[in-house]
Ligand binder design. Structure first.
Ligand SMILES: [Fe+2]
Length: 157
């Protein structure tokens, strides 16, 4: 059934969600490839590459979340669709927490590049958990936007 998005912010948010899904898939691919043990040959390059990818992800998420929070999504969903206000507030509360986790992971990855193994959860598992969280978050947002903002244009065809 053909559908269109009626709002500029919604079109941009959805386009960025598609881009983020592709970024997450590329990061998963990188994480699933063999990783040299800390302090072994290649470990520094691997960790430097991961920290740079995470840092790029942090920058993208920062801008994406700002678009969602200030570009009309939060305001419009909560005013035009009051029943979804609680849901959008809960979703948006994840933004600073995800950014914080991404920054922590950049730090842990740089530790790894200096041949120090993070002592808590293994690095790859924690990055994977962040990617799972991010994907679930964006999926929930996409579902919500589709529920409240898509307009069925089948009748106009
Ligand atoms: Fe989003």
């Amino acid at each position: 059934m053909p559908e269109v998005l009626t709002n500029t912010w919604a079109r941009q948010v959805m386009a960025e969600h598609r881009e983020l899904r592709a970024d997450v898939a590329r990061l998963r691919e990188f994480l699933n490839a063999p990783r040299p043990a800390a302090s072994r040959a290649g470990a520094h390059s691997w960790a430097a590459e991961l920290s740079s990818r995470l840092s790029a992800l942090h920058d993208k998420l920062f801008r994406h979340f700002r678009l969602e929070e200030e570009g009309g999504m939060v305001e419009e969903v909560s005013t035009a669709h009051p029943r979804a206000a609680g849901e959008i507030t809960r979703i948006v509360a994840d933004h600073p927490r995800m950014l914080q986790e991404t920054r922590e992971l950049v730090g842990l990855t740089l530790d790894y590049s200096a041949a120090r193994t993070p002592i808590d959860v293994p690095l790859r598992r924690r990055v994977t958990a962040l990617l799972d969280w991010l994907e679930e978050h964006e999926r929930d947002e996409t579902d919500l936007i589709q529920r409240v903002e898509y307009r069925d244009t089948a009748a106009a065809d």
